[in-house]
Design a protein around this ligand. Structure first.
Ligand SMILES: [Zn+2]
Length: 168
């Protein structure tokens, strides 16, 4: 059976399906989706992945692979949707939140480029400058390293205490 790539989410579908099995958008013609339709396609893909595999990692894979739109209005909506899925604090270092953050950052970068001649949009985006700056992205990656480092240290200390207590 021949396969066809979905023009919206890129997933592989049998060529006999009318709508993508993943995002639900028509595969036959590459339609110009409205911002709402585009975000809905992403939401469906994520829901489908979670339903099948029940994991943050599955969600992360879908988010990573989902194409960033080029149309400015769609891109704006896409950015805000990704941004709304980034979780703060400790929850924010889970696989899925990390993927949303990376995607939001990529969309943010494109939005800034696209808004160079649009002072209104540019000033609006200033609000997110801090969140998606190089330094902030590094800090969130570092949080992982500290937590893993902390766990390793605790295990090492417990081991040492066990060894010391056995010596007596
Ligand atoms: Zn699709």
């Amino acid at each position: 059976m021949s396969q066809v790539n979905c023009p919206t989410c890129g997933a592989n579908n049998n060529s006999n399906v009318a709508n993508c099995e993943y995002c639900g958008v028509e595969v036959g013609k590459p339609a110009q989706l409205t911002p709402q339709e585009y975000v809905e396609a992403l939401r469906k893909c994520v829901a489908k992945a979670r339903q099948n595999l029940l994991s943050d990692a599955a969600e992360a894979e879908v988010v990573k692979a989902f194409p960033i739109p080029t149309d400015l209005n769609v891109l704006t909506e896409f950015f805000f949707y990704c941004h709304s899925n980034v979780q703060p604090g400790l929850m924010g270092i889970a696989d899925n939140s990390t993927a949303w953050r990376a995607k939001a950052r990529a969309a943010y970068g494109r939005l800034r480029l696209a808004s160079l001649n649009n002072p209104q949009l540019l000033s609006y985006l200033e609000e997110f400058k801090e969140t998606y700056s190089e330094a902030a992205m590094k800090a969130s990656a570092k949080a992982w390293a500290y937590i893993i480092g902390g766990v390793v240290l605790v295990i090492a200390i417990i081991d040492i205490l066990i060894i010391l207590s056995e010596r007596k």
